[in-house]
Design a protein around this ligand. Structure first.
Ligand code: NAD
Ligand code: AKB
Length: 315
């Protein structure tokens, strides 16, 4: 992995992944692309392009011009926004993946595609959800993620494309804002806590979901792409997790730093129903076993760092 193109690089994950990959492989080696203009932090430091990843020709031309060997494919519509326009979510999530995989097949590129805990549904086990289990999601987002995992498996098995991916849980970060997911509350709560000392949460106080701090998510992606392929059995769909929490647990931890912080609940039934259909905890032993996955941050260390960073940037 030496010459990389990232799709959807302006999003919550991409804007931080670009920086980490440029530190690792060199600024010029990492081409950041998105359908919308990229943030200054990304575009002022290294190659960028406006790219609609649904457009096969544009993906091929951009990757060839960059002499790429790897694509990190992050362009997608997330769960809550996806339910507002399921047809658009289907078109973008499947259309972008299809063109990326086709270019990878032609040019023999490696591809990283994130999946999500959204592949699971109400009939999947809720606790310690296994690596291999029932997957009947009830959101369009989840449906495209299951189909995406299968498509990546197919391109690997049939064409030998080096496809890899993880099922991220909800991701918490202080950089680019989240893009419209059900787990966005776990980011919003920190911004509102530091700015206003109070937060109105759209999920119920007891709704527990698997979560991870962004530095661990970035490390997971890079570590998996650098892993020995001979050890990988579950190439495109590794369960990964770092912690599980609900709004009440996180609010209590935030209060350790901001004692006057208060939380109230105004539950949005649409997003609550999505969250209720997802796992509460995840079994990530396959990732630990096959590529030595191990998160560095837990609830305490993540909360302390989020509050320190946001106190500097927002105040
Ligand atoms: P995001 O919404 O923050 O960013 C997605 C980016 O894709 C945006 O910048 C958007 O402009 C871009 N995009 C949309 N349509 C495009 C197109 N046609 N061509 C090119 N770019 C396009 O999302 P994110 O949180 O950074 O997620 C990245 C990936 O990780 C997605 O596949 C998502 O499903 C997955 N994921 C994210 C989380 C999370 O909590 N953030 C959890 C699980 C999985
Ligand atoms: C979402 O909530 O849609 C994402 C995800 C867990 O995939 N954060």
């Amino acid at each position: 992995m030496k010459r990389i193109v990232i799709t959807g690089a302006g999003g919550q994950i991409g804007s931080e992944l670009v920086t980490s990959l440029r530190e690792r492989y060199g600024t010029e080696a990492v081409m950041a692309t998105d359908i919308r203009p990229l943030p200054d932090a990304v575009s002022n430091d290294g190659p960028t392009a406006i790219l609609d990843a649904q457009d096969y020709n544009a993906v091929a031309q951009t990757a060839l011009a960059h002499k790429a060997d790897t694509i990190f494919h992050l362009a997608a519509i997330l769960s809550a926004v996806g339910e507002e326009n399921p047809s658009k979510a289907y078109d973008i999530n499947m259309g972008t993946l299809r063109s990326v995989l086709e270019v990878a097949r032609q040019e023999k590129y490696s591809v990283f595609t994130p999946s999500s805990i959204a592949v699971f549904g109400p009939t999947s086990p809720k606790e310690k959800t296994p690596q291999n289990t029932v997957m009947r999601p009830t959101t369009m987002y989840g449906i495209t993620k299951v189909a995406g995992e299968l498509l990546c498996d197919y391109y690997h098995r049939k064409y030998g494309v080096d496809t890899r991916g993880v099922r991220y849980p909800g991701l918490i970060s202080y950089g680019a804002p989240p893009g419209g997911g059900t787990t966005d509350w776990a980011v919003d709560i920190f911004f509102q806590a530091v700015e206003k000392n109070r937060y109105t949460c759209f999920l119920d106080k007891n709704t527990t979901l698997p979560m991870m701090y962004m530095p661990d998510a970035i490390e997971a992606s890079i570590q998996l792409m650098e892993a020995d392929p001979n050890r990988l059995v579950h190439r495109n769909a590794f369960n990964v997790t770092a912690m599980h929490l609900n709004p009440q647990t996180l609010a209590n931890e935030i209060k350790q730093h901001l004692p006057n912080f208060t939380i109230e609940y105004k539950v949005d039934q649409h997003r609550e129903a999505i969250a209720q259909s997802w796992p509460r905890t995840i079994d990530d032993r396959a990732a630990k076993h096959e590529w030595d996955w191990s998160p560095k941050y837990n609830l305490k260390s993540m909360t302390a760092e989020m509050i320190t960073e946001l106190s500097h940037s927002l105040n």
